[in-house]
Write a protein that binds this ligand. Structure first.
Ligand code: CA2
Length: 152
């Protein structure tokens, strides 16, 4: 079966507040900007994007499970779930799609509890501290991974 030309974009809890609160850490761009940046970057490589943001972990798990059959990869900023969620990690490893983990801020220059990611070793691509432009970087790198896998 040919690889679907679609990526799943997942933004976790509280990322709906982007551009509204804490611009000193996360910038002035909104979640809509993030979804547009990601969609434009994917389109440049011939992919479409299905975007989900939720403050409810189960909604994110369902979206990740659904991607198994019709997406080629996942770009995810898990928000605070990065540092807490074994179930999110299990969902990502369970669908066995290539994953790009994005963090807008440089988590390694922030509190110690942000240094550990449950998602880190199930992701093939990591983009940290590049602001919302990091989503476009993640798409480009993920598309390279997908192309490499398709070539075998
Ligand atoms: O830097 C990132 O992208 C984070 O994934 C953002 C998470 C944080 O828990 C991670 O450590 C790093 C927080 C998402 C909440 O985003 C907000 C945006 C604006 C105002 C308040 C929260």
């Amino acid at each position: 079966m040919s690889t679907p030309r679609r990526l799943l974009l997942v933004n976790g809890p509280n990322l709906n507040l982007l551009g509204i609160r804490e611009p000193g850490i996360y910038g002035h761009e909104t979640l809509a900007d993030v979804e547009r940046i990601t969609t434009d970057a994917a389109a440049a490589h011939g992919f479409e994007v299905r975007a989900v943001q939720s403050n409810h972990e189960g909604v994110l798990l369902d979206a990740i499970h659904a991607a198994r059959t019709d997406c080629a990869g996942i770009v995810i900023n898990p928000g605070g779930l990065t540092h807490t969620s074994v179930v999110l990690r299990d969902a990502l490893s369970g669908v066995a799609l290539p994953v790009a983990e994005v963090h807008i801020s440089n988590v390694y220059e922030r509190e110690e509890f942000r240094h550990h990611s449950y998602v880190h070793d199930v992701a093939l691509v990591h983009v940290v501290g590049e602001g919302v432009a990091g989503y476009a970087i993640a798409v480009a790198r993920l598309v390279d991974v997908i192309a490499g896998a398709a070539e075998g």
